[in-house]
Design a protein around this ligand. Structure first.
Ligand code: FE2
Ligand code: FE2
Length: 269
């Protein structure tokens, strides 16, 4: 099974540039073209939040249309820039999100790897949250299939990443969430977004990874007091290969034209 992750699309379907810099429709189009051209083709795509920059209905309609053009299913989860209700409405007929209730948590059972999507949004805040109700839901959902290898996906990372100005916004309930994941040894990985950088940590007795954004990356400055800033490094799509004989294998597929494939053993000239 091959899983692709796209994160932090920050789509502005009004045509205005994100932070006066990024054409988010163009970055989305390039990302989706990249996904559609991949060989072998990913079986599923996880879209891990900050899907629409301003959480507007128009943005979700455009996203839905774009995702429907892909040959594989896309599983969305909200981020701090998203609007739960409008996101739920745009994808209502897909049968992924719960039809009602306060959170957009769900489980996908159709694949060799069980996929658990978590809603980490704290209403009105940039930081993430995992409250008691969501922890109970996660604990129960994981307990339902203790022998099924499981991948958790969500927007906010509930751990430090070393990007100081992003870590400064805390994740409420991080330690309790870590304890829930640690109790369930079938969790083979946790994938997140929000930080706009590729980051890997050991967490909750498993491996946790953060995806780059497809619009811009946070400056790689690991000084604790580094100022905030972004750079236009190449966007990328994390790929997670799941093999029964090898477990979860993570790769990073950069979006862009980097020239043709060169023979590793070129003929002598
Ligand atoms: Fe973001
Ligand atoms: Fe975010």
């Amino acid at each position: 099974m091959l899983i692709a992750q796209i994160s932090d699309l920050h789509l502005r379907a009004d045509g205005k540039r994100l932070k006066n810099t990024v054409d988010t429709q163009a970055t989305l189009d390039a990302c989706l073209d990249h996904l559609a051209a991949m060989q072998p083709r990913p079986d599923v795509v996880l879209a891990t939040g900050d899907l629409a920059h301003d959480g507007k209905r128009r943005d979700y309609r455009a996203l839905r249309e774009a995702f429907d053009g892909l040959p594989m299913p896309v599983y969305p989860i909200p981020g701090n820039h998203d609007h739960r209700g409008k996101l739920r409405d745009a994808f209502a007929d897909r049968g992924v999100f719960p039809p009602d209730g306060p959170f957009l948590n769900y489980v996908i059972e159709d694949h060799p790897l069980r996929l658990v999507g978590l809603d980490t949004v704290m209403e009105g805040a940039d930081g993430g949250e995992f409250c008691a109700a969501r922890r109970d839901w996660l604990d129960r959902s994981l307990a339902e299939a203790p022998t099924r290898p499981t991948l958790i996906f969500m927007h906010h990372p509930p751990f430090a990443t070393g990007i100081g100005f992003m870590d400064a916004t805390p994740f409420a309930g991080a330690a309790e969430t870590e304890a829930v994941v640690r109790r369930h040894s079938q969790v083979v990985g946790v994938v997140c977004g929000h930080m706009h950088r590729a980051i890997t940590v050991g967490w909750g007795g498993t491996v946790a990874m953060v995806a780059p954004s497809i619009v811009f990356q946070m400056v790689l400055d690991l000084a604790r007091d580094a100022p905030s800033g972004f750079v236009l490094e190449p966007p990328a799509v994390p790929l997670y290969l799941w093999r029964d004989d090898a477990g979860l294998i993570a790769h990073m597929s950069l979006i862009g034209d980097f020239g043709p494939r060169h023979p590793f053993h070129p003929p002598a000239d």
